[in-house]
Design a protein around this ligand. Sequence first.
Ligand code: ZN
Length: 389
Amino acid sequence: MLTLIKNAELYAPEPQGKQDILLAGNKVVALEKEIKLSSTLPVHVVDAEGMIAAPGLIDSLVHITGGGGEGGFATRTPEMQLTDATLGGVTTLVGCLGTDATTRALPNLLAKVNELNHLGLSVYCYTGSYQFPAKTLLDNVQDDILLLDRVIGVGEVAIADHRASHMSVEEMIRLASEARVGGMLAGKAGIVSVHLGDSPEGLSLLNQAVSESSIPASQFYPTHINRNQNLLDQGVAWAKRGGYIDFTTSTTEQILASGERSAADALAYCLALNVPVSQITLSSDGNASLPLFDENGVLIDLQVAQVGSLLQSIRDAVNDKQVPLEVALACATRNPANILHLEGKGEIALENDADLMLLDAETLALEHLWSQGKHMVEQGEAIVCGNFE
Ligand code: ZN
């Protein structure tokens, strides 16, 4: 199946001017100013005049089997559906467990990874969960990363949080070593995804782990760094030390009012402080729970984090914070692809995977999406759905 996209303004993610893009099967096979096909083979031609072509987004943290449950069984959030991702421009995801690794176990997570891959996305996952010692499918973290095809790291292991296992520095170093060696042997990132909670110690455990071992800061991938100003400022120092920082795009007015900085705001803040763009990523934390408490701390509402918040935060960064589009895009395309060692992902380039979106050049609304060369969204409407949505 050939697809020819004509007259797109290409952000690869860096701007490259007007280009035609030819997709064959699941690959990008030509990128030129003007592509003319002389063959009589059937070609699906899409005129992208007035549209921006950008890489499909990579969402590095999604609770694809659902999350939450901290308010009891009735507050368990639902599984992610295919169109939650595709209508948000997302073509690659990393699934993970969260607080609850008892009723949402790894076999379930791997089954969901397989389901979403079967439907046309590119989906990976982390072994473990918030907990330490990590619950694994095989004997240990190293074995899971080395032997299970789609497992690329461990996490999100929780620190600085009342729900965390309160690991020692030595335990964090050992976990990172296991993940690192599993990753090296399998040619994977072996990344340690780290959930940061509200406790003021923030990143101190990771800073100690890096100071007291030969594990590089880049082995860790801390998330929710925009949770409060203290953590954000620690994140700036961590990034300048060579670490990565991830901002969570799902939020509510209530959470923002309690001190969280929006992902778009946090991104602009870090750029103004000269944090290298390569160290920053955005992720949705999709299908996590976003609890709303009243003034007495009683749970009164529970929202579900949305994968679609990732593209919305890119729009917000560009429209409200004057972040260049290519910079905002890089934080959810090239950067996570590099950090997670996802070959063929994160850039529109020759022989890369045909994962790309067309956005309205004025509004940045999603018009079209291809994932692995499969047309998933056409003129803003999902044309492929999961079996039960
Ligand atoms: Zn988390």
